[in-house]
Write a protein that binds this ligand. Sequence first.
Ligand code: BJ8
Length: 431
Amino acid sequence: MSQDTFAIKSDPALWEKLDMDVERFSNIPPMLTGAYQGVFLEQKNRPRAMSYFDGMIENIFSGRIQEMAGAKEEGRPVVGTFCVYVPEEIVQAVNGVCVGLCGGSPGSIPDAEKVLPRNICPMVKSAFGFKVGRICPYFQVVDFVYGETTCDAKKKTWELLNEYVPTHVMEIPQMKRERDKRLWVDEVKDFKTEIEKISSKKVTYENLQDAIRLLNDKRRAMQRLNDLRHHTPSPISGKDMLLIQQIAFYDAPQRFTEKVHALCDELEERIAQGDAVAPASTPRIMVSGTPMALPNWKLHNIIETSGAVVVNEESCIGTRYYKDTIDENAQTVDEQLERLTERYMQIDCSCFTPNEERIGQVLKEYKASGAQGLIDYCLQFCHTYNIEAVKLRQMCEKEGIPFLAIESDYSQEDIGQLQTRVEAFIEQIQG
Ligand code: BJ8
């Protein structure tokens, strides 16, 4: 897609219907258009199949919202979530729509800070501010949201969010012992009951099996794509990969899967022809840590405009979302829920203690990606990821892996300082 023709579309009539602050929101599409052009469309030699994902961004505030509003009119539930622990297969089983609502923009933070304390995670503030300011069509289109008890910032914010939109909360255990797993199975069962009640539809063996297959297929497509991007030289940029992983949280699963496979087919051709986005000598960096919600492209943009390429994201907007699939061989609904729970318990969020498996997983992904250095990204005030970075550093020291820990928020203020640190890190890798 060319820089001149790309434009994020507006739909004020639809926004009005969704009770948005239309006047204020009207400034967002042109602003985001400019940012997107600068970050994505200036890249050289992007895969042709990226045009679909560019189109998803053009339609982010119009076409995709119309689809969700259409689903609602058909009586299908539209559910907002904030965490990859909320099992979307169950929403899908009743033909509902699941959308990730984590906030990645600084624009809504002043709205949040009218209510919330300032010194909490920017992702929580950004999401909350979108609802308070009525400046996110996704927040406006959902019937209800499902929060969870992962970190303190989130679980306390849900109590306040409930004053603006019906907010259900799922208890996530903090450990992974047998008794914690039993609690989690019960929570998943309660979630199913709640979704059935809200949608007036039953979760059956058949519709749950279809949903599990559909989302397993989506996760397998993402695994295929991530394996291909690990090739040296990289056939796709880290920024484009991050974008696709962000779009995974609001696109329709089947269509998304097809488009990811189409991109993979093209990447296979590029690899065969030696066609890459950067020479093989380009320093390769893996990023781990907290999720980067749309439109948080800050760190990837800094890394890739400093002459390196990002080759893996160990993150919930990254491999943590798709590295595991659900066993499809269950014979009853109860067994399906058990298998589903087992899959979800493999997510290694730092909210769990102990969480040794994450350290091993980061090392595994590091080796598979052909990275030459690890940057751990932590959103400000995220204590669990921040503290877990100590263990990552220890592991990197032991393995001889260059390591850099970064703590940041959504402001532009630290960009110069981050740029300097990232450039020094790249020099270190180059020796
Ligand atoms: S499974 S990473 S999506 S909780 S960055 S809001 S933890 S203070 S996002 Fe997450 Fe689920 Fe874990 Fe993944 Fe709190 Fe930390 Fe902010 Fe966070």
